[in-house]
Design a binder for this molecule. Structure first.
Ligand code: PLP
Length: 419
């Protein structure tokens, strides 16, 4: 493992029929205004293959019941399948124990869980929380709320002109008041892969726990929470070809046990009287109420689907698209790629001189091309580059080079329309 936790360049993609893989995704057959869909908004939400759609249908048609609460057939099946999904996630991130995996409603929910469960219990007035300029708002706003409630302080790691973290500055931020680090593994706005292993190790020299926001890393990089030694790792299913409404928090068992619950309600208790509630053990302590059972089972199916292809192969293939698209966009006068880190996943944020990103997105849409335009919930990144927004093309393993050509042609059309 290198400093970023992964080396995609070593994997081979030759043994995979990527064109055949495309046929797993019914949505890719869509036409938008008569034009074939070119879906380049994968960093926001990826698409779902038929295998996972089928798994969800099977659950709803033959396995659905509430879990943990009854001895009847359906409840036992649903409970078992829900548990299997947890075990699949445990394996996917190589957690030591299945009870270290908490189902949440997504990345945002998982970060809020840690903020309430860990932060509100252990962060005090005068303490410092380190975040980075690259963070998604999901890993900024909860910590700001905590800081203002507790009188704690947020300290921010700067980035250079390529969109890479300035690690020397990160290391200088540490002192005896540092009590927490929140760190994005891969930037959703720029694609930068951060050297999280090195950063985690450094924080641990100060006994500071580190939460990794892996929302953009899990679809592209092999995650090994034990090798990384991170304290918390979070991501959402909907960026991994899974359903919306479910995500995952990995936490070291000792930390999860020490934390207070985030939400109160059914299933998170061992016993309740009006005088006193005794909380359940982990993971249940953090899963109040009926969890997203169907979505969690779909999440498990998504993990099966991706691991059958192989995350390293996926990353290596996506890198070929990234390299190709980077070279093509660099050749178009007036197009500027924002985020040129040495280590990147397949995300290209760009601007076109004289044209607002929303106009770019609107014209590209007329050619069937779906890109995201805006600040990508990463306004501090936009502020750093002194721009209001970018257009972002983000690739998945079911995209292909000819679609990049369509994007390039679309960008030239945009320029003809506006310039
Ligand atoms: N963190 C990062 C890096 C993201 O890219 C996203 C979503 O785009 C989130 C957090 C929030 O994820 P969710 O909306 O699934 O909670």
């Amino acid at each position: 493992m290198n400093a970023t936790g992964f080396s995609p360049k070593s994997a081979t993609t030759d043994d995979i029929d990527w064109e055949k893989i495309r046929t797993d995704f019914p949505i890719l057959k869509l036409k938008i205004d008569g034009k074939p869909l070119v879906y380049f908004d994968n960093a926001a939400s990826s698409q779902m293959p038929q295998q996972i759609i089928d798994r969800l249908v099977r659950y709803q048609t033959a396995e659905h019941a509430n879990i943990n609460r009854a001895v009847h057939y359906l409840s036992e099946i649903a409970t078992m399948e829900f548990h299997r999904a947890r075990c699949k996630l445990q394996q996917f991130v190589n957690a030591e124990e299945d009870r270290e995996i908490i189902f949440t409603s997504g990345t945002t929910d998982a970060i809020n869980l840690v903020m309430h469960g860990y932060g509100r219990k252990f962060i005090k007035a005068g303490d410092e929380i380190i975040l980075t300029t690259l963070e998604h708002h999901s890993n900024i706003v909860p910590w700001q709320m905590l800081a203002s409630e507790k009188g704690a302080k947020i300290r921010v790691v700067p980035i250079n002109d390529k969109g890479e973290l300035e690690i020397d500055e990160y290391e200088k931020l540490f002192n005896e008041r540092t009590k927490f680090v929140g760190l994005i593994h891969v930037s959703n706005a720029l694609g930068t892969i951060n050297p999280i292993k090195r950063m985690i190790d450094f924080a641990h020299q100060y006994s500071v726990p580190v939460l990794i926001d892996g929302a953009q890393a899990a679809p592209h990089l092999t995650i090994d929470v034990q090798a990384l030694d991170c304290d918390f790792y979070v991501f959402s299913a909907h960026k991994l070809c899974g359903p919306t409404g479910v995500g995952m928090l990995y936490g070291k068992a000792t930390l999860l046990e020490a934390m207070q619950p985030f939400k109160g309600g059914g299933d998170m208790i061992a016993s309740v009287t009006f005088e006193k509630t005794i909380y359940n053990t982990i993971p249940h302590k953090f899963e109040a109420g009926t969890p997203p059972i169907a979505a969690a089972i779909g999440f498990g199916a998504a993990i099966d689907y991706l691991t059958a292809i192989g995350i390293e192969r996926i990353a290596a293939y996506e890198n070929t698209l990234l390299d190709y698209a980077t070279a093509c966009l660099n050749e178009i006068p007036g197009v500027k790629i924002i985020g040129t880190a040495a280590e990147k996943t397949a995300v290209i944020s760009f601007t076109i001189d004289g044209i607002h990103p929303h106009d770019i997105g609107t014209i590209l849409n007329q050619d069937g091309i779906a890109v995201r335009t805006g600040h990508h919930c990463a306004q501090p990144v936009m502020q750093r580059f002194n721009i209001p927004a970018t257009s972002r093309a983000s690739f998945a393993f079911y995209n292909k080079k000819s679609e990049v050509d369509t994007l390039v042609a679309g960008i030239k059309t945009v320029q003809k329309v506006f310039l």
